[in-house]
Design a protein around this ligand. Structure first.
Ligand code: HEM
Length: 408
């Protein structure tokens, strides 16, 4: 089993952190779907976890109440950590189902299609500004990640929250450090310091907004109320934090991964250039074929479960591979074909069940505008290096390129 040359494979399970797996995980996922769809594998910590790779199982697991993001045996950490750290542990993705329901209901009242639509004009302007800066420099090349895909989402988040223009650089610097710390345990001390400064900043911003409500998400979140219930100050911090974490790298890599598959499939890129309306199905196909969220957050088994012929024990960790489920031939005919005219596309690139991505409408809007702007301003865009020399970022959760040199 798993003998396709990937050195990361062993009898004890696939090494999902092995660089050769990360560079091209799809052949391994195919083997897993066929031969061991509920796969036990070791984590660097020495613990074992399960990887779910079939579409049908993925959908079922996300709707099964026995698999949760916040198991009762984890204990209640409230009050146990400094407030700025508690924020990390009490965000939407990790609160218990009851709190989650309440928070989602309140947040959904502010995170509306109208709020997203309000951002459209600014997202167009930001994309254009970033590309015009490159064009004005006279260079005929750029790093699509560093120069475009990376700055764009955080600028949009600042805009959405209503962070004043003069504070945006500071805010971006903090959120980038927090993001780095999130991915790199050696950064903990620095990101801890930044996290404190960040929370202090949010405190001032929120206090100011409470006095003068404006047309922005912070003001809307302050104002939401249902049957006397409102979001607490802590919950507001936690939400801003999760919006940055969940909304940043995913969107960066939606743009990067999307452009890569378009450059890899020039006939599909041409189709899109000929008919810009195809951007909507093209974006869905990008999400399915090479989406940025490769694997879900951890789910914990709250009891012993027999699943797919395996004995999952209470306390075991599970991951679901969105990238694998989205290439399952039982669900998608010719799954390894990138086809922007695909008619039926029920991908789960934004998850499924109660944790379905809150930011999906915003991510779609950003992705569509960003890719459309690139193709419009740089129709001859092409890779500036060989495909083999592109490096994929480490980690299991996010799929994305480190750098993406292109010329135009
Ligand atoms: C292409 C871009 C994006 C992708 C592929 C994506 C994907 C996902 C996925 C797969 C989940 C569920 C994770 C799980 O169940 O383990 C999720 C949750 C979430 N996402 Fe996104 N996301 C994207 C962009 C965004 C943006 C732009 C925002 C907000 C500004 C956002 C906010 C969230 C939040 C708050 C959650 C947690 C929801 C909950 O637990 O109820 N995401 N996202």
């Amino acid at each position: 089993m798993f003998t396709n040359g990937n050195k990361g494979h062993s009898k004890s399970g696939v090494d999902f952190l092995d660089q050769s797996f990360i560079n091209n995980p799809f052949p391994v996922y195919k083997e897993l779907r066929n031969e061991d769809p509920v796969h036990r594998f070791p984590l660097p910590s020495g613990h074992f976890a399960w990887m779910i790779t079939r579409y049908e199982d993925a959908v079922e697991i996300f709707q099964d109440k026995r698999f949760v993001t916040n198991p009762p045996f984890m204990g209640n950490v409230e009050g146990a950590a400094p407030p700025h750290q508690e924020i990390i542990s009490r965000n939407l993705l990790s609160v218990n189902p009851e709190d989650h329901r309440r928070l989602r209901r309140l947040i959904q009242k502010a995170f509306t299609p109208r709020m997203i639509e309000r951002l459209r004009g600014r997202i167009v302007e930001i994309s254009d500004e970033l590309l015009d800066k490159v064009l004005a420099s006279g260079k005929r090349e750029l790093d699509l990640i560093a120069d475009y895909a990376f700055p764009l989402p955080i600028m949009v988040i600042c805009e959405m929250l209503g962070v004043p223009l003069e504070d945006q650089d500071k805010f971006q610097e903090w959120s980038n450090t927090i993001m780095e710390g999130f991915n790199n345990p050696h950064m903990n001390e620095k990101s801890d310091e930044v996290m404190k400064a960040f929370v202090d900043y949010l405190h001032v911003l929120i206090t100011e907004r409470r006095q003068h409500l404006q047309e922005d998400l912070i003001s809307d979140l302050i104002s939401v109320e249902e049957e006397g219930d409102v979001l607490s100050e802590q919950e507001l911090y936690a939400l801003v934090f999760v919006l940055i974490i969940a909304g940043h790298e995913t969107t960066v890599n939606l743009i990067g991964n999307g452009m890569l598959v378009l450059l890899d499939n020039p006939e599909q890129k041409q189709l899109l250039l000929n008919d810009p309306e195809l951007i909507h199905p093209a974006l869905e196909e990008i999400l399915r074929y090479n989406g940025p969220a490769e694997v879900s957050n951890i789910r914990w088994a709250t009891e012993d479960v027999e699943y797919g012929g395996k004995h999952i024990r209470q306390g075991d960790m599970l991951f679901v591979s969105f990238s694998s489920a989205n290439r399952d031939p039982q669900q998608f005919p010719e799954p390894d074909m990138f086809d922007i005219t695909r008619k039926v596309n029920n991908h789960i690139a934004f998850g499924k069940g109660i944790h379905f991505c809150l930011g999906a409408p915003l991510a779609r809007l950003e992705g569509e505008i960003a890719i459309h702007a690139l193709l419009r301003k740089m129709p001859d865009i092409r890779l500036n290096t060989t495909e083999e020399s592109l490096e994929w970022r480490q980690g299991m959760i996010i799929r994305g390129l480190k750098d993406f040199p292109v010329s135009f």
